[in-house]
Design a protein. Structure first.
Length: 96
């Protein structure tokens, strides 16, 4: 299982950006994200609900060299058939 996790982490880290850099200044709360690869050179913050919108086979990859911080009582919302199993968080720092 650890080997599979390491393989997935390495694969996600090598994906090329398709959605711009440091979207929202790192604060993705309140946003609706579409499929693709999002790259951050700063912490990713979720201070409000964030929505992933796409089809059942669409993939979302969020890469950061920083931390991932999600505020209490915030939600990750899936719409349009998006599936949690297709959302990958490649975080180099801490996850809070």
């Amino acid at each position: 299982a650890v080997s599979d996790m390491e393989t997935a982490y390495t694969d996600a880290s090598q994906r090329q950006n398709t959605q711009g850099y440091n979207k929202g200044g790192g604060n993705i709360g309140g946003m609706t994200l579409t499929p693709g690869v999002y790259t951050f050179f700063i912490a990713i913050r979720i201070n409000a609900d964030v929505t992933f919108s796409g089809g059942a086979d669409d993939v979302f990859i969020l890469q950061t060299t920083g931390e991932l911080l999600q505020a209490a009582s915030t939600k990750v919302i899936l719409e349009g058939g998006a599936q949690s199993k297709n959302i990958f968080w490649q975080v180099a720092g801490h996850v809070w």
